[in-house]
Design a protein around this ligand. Structure first.
Ligand code: CMC
Length: 434
């Protein structure tokens, strides 16, 4: 590595066979430097190989910073702990999308705009009728979000910044409406219109739980907990679903299609689907005395069972979101007067795993999803809706990344390479000679 006036070298030299290639090093505001390998194929004829992109930065982004070793998460520079304590989800969404916290006027305008884009087109309701009654709400959410592009032609000109902004607002505004509609359809209840006199979270709760036969009592403890969960889920830099949104976005596809793709990526149990999987796992374990057997199974390499809600690609110390949620879980259950036996199983599981060598050596700590399911359950959100809840919060991040990508001068269509391991060139053989 050669010297530089920055905190490290300006370039590195890679010896590739008989060639020396000089590669520039790029320095972020925070975090590890990146060796820019873009010129490598041209100069050496070689590609880089990095399954799961564990060593690869796919873009430059000014939205979120994670230090996995220190357990740090910043949205636009603000620590997640401060935002969780003092902000609201809608303010965080504004921050992620615009880069700065809003003043009172900016926030009022933003809230008004989001509130007035929450309605779903009447014909979009017909989409729900096409699903089986027991369809998973994530399937309905992905399909209906993708279909928004068929309703909002006025925001599909990606060259127009105002249309891009409007599309982002629509996605943020309509996601809870579509999510609640998916839930109500699955239980056979009529779909509810959004109520503009309620705030973002209470409006969603109203669309989920209101029945004509009796008034719905809005519980501030529930609303506060949900708002906090949305804040914690709002963004997480280049995670699988956000990278999916960006990959689809890189092709010039519209934002509704891009975010729908993000929803499908979020669904997997290794990603946002983990919160649903955690609750199923805790229910299967059943009682604290069965915890040791579950831990033993998770360590057995011949068994595919993993402790859901443990481990993270980036956090190798602790997940700061899990710390906040852990505290909140006890508070919420206390305030709502819920005595959930699954919490006892969760506590025992956490304790057993944290002192087990297998988990300690691999730095496998409870992640954000470990506790979120228990809170959602306490808030009476059905299990199938857990990942949908994650999607509502993450929409703020998805649209922020999509907006950022659209003006990134270095944006290129995402197109990884491969190591081909198939047959070498061979001649076709006629069927009767095979
Ligand atoms: N239970 C048991 N063993 C585990 C677990 C687990 N939950 N997670 C990782 N390991 C082991 C894994 O078998 C491997 O062991 P070895 O070195 O002996 O082969 C080692 O730990 C490293 O695991 P990895 O799969 O290479 O790690 P990764 O960074 O590719 O995967 C992960 C990260 C989150 C997908 C994984 O830890 C996992 O599957 N966790 C359970 C699912 C989960 O909770 N997902 C939510 C993630 S946080 C929210 C989100 O992103 O949406």
């Amino acid at each position: 590595m050669s010297d530089s006036t920055k905190s490290g070298p300006a370039e590195v030299t890679l010896a590739a066979g008989d060639k020396n290639v000089v590669l520039p090093v790029q320095y972020p505001t925070l975090g590890a430097p990146c060796i820019d390998v873009a010129r490598l194929p041209k100069e050496t004829g070689c590609f880089t190989y990095d399954p799961g992109f564990t060593a690869t930065a796919s873009c430059k982004s000014a939205i979120t910073y994670i230090d996995g070793d220190q357990g740090v998460l910043l949205y636009r520079g603000y620590p997640i702990e401060q935002l969780a304590e003092q902000s609201s989800f809608l303010e965080v969404a504004y921050l992620l999308m615009n880069g700065e916290l809003p003043d009172r006027n900016e926030f009022a305008k933003f809230e008004h705009e989001v509130t007035h884009h929450t309605m779903m087109h009447e014909r979009l309701k017909n989409f729900f009728q096409g699903f089986q009654y027991d369809a998973h709400p994530m399937a309905m959410l992905a399909a209906t979000v993708a279909s928004l592009s068929a309703f909002y032609h006025d925001t599909l000109d990606l060259e127009d910044p105002e249309q891009r902004r409007l599309a982002a607002i629509r996605l943020l505004a309509k996601m809870p409406t579509l999510a609640a509609a998916a839930y109500r359809y699955s239980i056979g209840w009529p779909i509810r219109f959004p109520r503009n006199n309620l705030d973002y979270v209470n409006r969603f709760l109203h669309m989920m739980f209101e029945v004509p036969s009796e008034p719905l009592e809005m519980n501030p403890v529930v609303a506060k907990a949900l708002d906090l969960l949305f804040i914690l889920h709002a963004d997480h830099e280049q995670n699988a679903s956000t990278s999916t949104v960006r990959l689809v976005g890189s092709t010039g596809a519209n934002p509704y299609a891009s975010v729908a793709a993000g929803i499908t990526a979020l669904w997997g149990p290794a990603h946002g689907g983990a919160n649903e999987a955690v609750l199923k796992m805790l229910a299967e374990i059943g009682t604290p005395d069965k915890v040791d057997a579950a831990v033993a199974r998770a360590k057995d390499k011949n068994d595919s069972f993993r402790l859901m809600g443990f481990g993270h690609r980036v956090y190798k110390n602790f997940d700061p979101r899990a710390k906040i949620i852990r505290e909140m879980t006890h508070k919420v259950l206390g305030e709502l007067g819920i005595d959930d036996p699954l919490l006892e199983v969760a506590m025992k599981l956490e304790e057993a795993a944290l002192k087990d060598d297998y988990f300690v050596q691999r730095k496998l700590y409870p992640n954000v999803d470990f506790y979120s399911g228990i809170i959602y359950k306490a808030l009476k959100i059905p299990t199938e809706m857990f990942t949908v809840m994650f999607a509502i919060g993450r929409t703020a991040g998805w649209v922020a990344h999509w907006l950022e990508q659209q003006v990134d001068p270095e944006n290129k269509i995402g197109r990884p390479r491969q190591i081909y391991t198939g047959a070498a060139t061979r001649d076709y053989v006629a069927i009767d000679r095979r």
